[in-house]
Design a protein around this ligand. Structure first.
Ligand code: ZN
Length: 307
């Protein structure tokens, strides 16, 4: 499932108008194709697309996907120039030889562990069914962190992978007892009364990394100027994402209720999106110690801050 959104339409309209006036120039070569999932974790790139639509130069074509696997396939086969993606998934692709670089964070904090209302502590998770969106995710790491607080590991629970959209109803029906996933699906579970927040991510893992903005080496090498402009604009858009602006952008792209968005946006921020070596190395340690990957890429091979 994917859907192209307005930026490319605008570019096409401009190109058509130019042709109609007798000019053959198009702006297609300035379009940057970025894959995303409709979650609050992608708001910086959605906000950037909105801002750039109104300006000259680089245009962003947003390509929406319905699952991380579909999005990763598109990124790994150069069908898009970049993506807002779970960092662990991108690290795995890099490890497997895919030419990509992480150029910025998607957001700070912004995850919660939602549990059934009768679960009071990490100890109570023993033997329970817990959902995560993908093994390669910070949601998996956060579940491991929460279990560790009670001296438990994933061996003491049943971990299951579930699509983010299915988690709130799976909790309500009793199919699962807890979950951790990109927002706003945690807030949604709380808002329908299916569960409550046991931990916010910042209570388990300070300065956690979750999503990143990742660009293909092909795009960076073939269009270095566009790549630099794109990343600079992305960071500027993130810095401008106040709670009010984030909600405005989220309402445009996510079709969620005010109640869900108000709750969810309290947990996340988008300023200062540079990936620091310290935060990345902390992620690498967790990826190794919780068994997500034995050889995640080194900071110097994977993170690019100097476009
Ligand atoms: Zn995220």
């Amino acid at each position: 499932m994917k859907k192209k959104i307005s930026a490319i339409v605008t570019a096409a309209v401009i190109a058509l108008s130019a042709t109609a006036c007798g000019k053959s120039e198009t702006k297609d070569e300035k379009v940057v194709r970025i894959a995303y999932l409709p979650i609050t974790h992608s708001l910086a790139v959605l906000e950037e697309a909105d801002e750039l639509e109104a300006k000259e130069g680089v245009k962003v074509e947003l390509v929406k996907y319905g699952s991380w696997n579909e999005l990763t396939d598109a990124l790994n086969s150069n069908r898009v120039d970049g993506a807002s993606v779970l960092m662990e998934l991108a690290m795995k692709s890099k490890q497997e030889g895919i030419g990509i670089k992480a150029v910025a964070l998607g957001h700070h904090d912004g995850n919660v562990i939602v549990v059934k209302n009768d679960i009071e502590s990490a100890e109570d998770l023993k033997g329970k069914n817990i959902a995560i969106p993908h093994r390669q995710s910070s949601h998996n790491i956060l579940i491991n962190d929460a279990l560790a607080k009670a001296g438990l590991t994933v061996e003491d629970v049943n971990i299951t992978e579930l699509a983010p959209t299915e988690m709130p109803s799976a909790l309500a029906s009793g199919q699962i007892d807890a979950y951790c996933v990109a927002e706003p699906f945690g807030a949604m579970g709380v808002s329908i009364g299916a569960g409550k927040v046991l931990y916010r991510s910042d209570e388990l893992w300070e300065d956690s990394i979750c999503c990143g903005l990742v660009l293909t080496d092909k795009f960076i090498n073939e269009r270095p100027e566009d790549a630099k402009n794109f990343v600079d604009s992305y960071k500027a858009a993130g810095a401008e994402l106040t709670k009010e602006k984030a909600k405005e952008t989220a309402k445009k792209y996510l079709s969620q209720s005010d109640e869900v968005l108000d709750m969810s946006l309290e947990w996340i921020s988008y300023d200062d999106l540079e990936i620091t070596e310290e935060a990345y190395d902390a992620l690498v340690e967790k990826v190794k110690s919780y068994g997500l990957s034995e050889e995640p890429p080194a900071y110097s091979d994977f993170v690019k801050n100097d476009l």
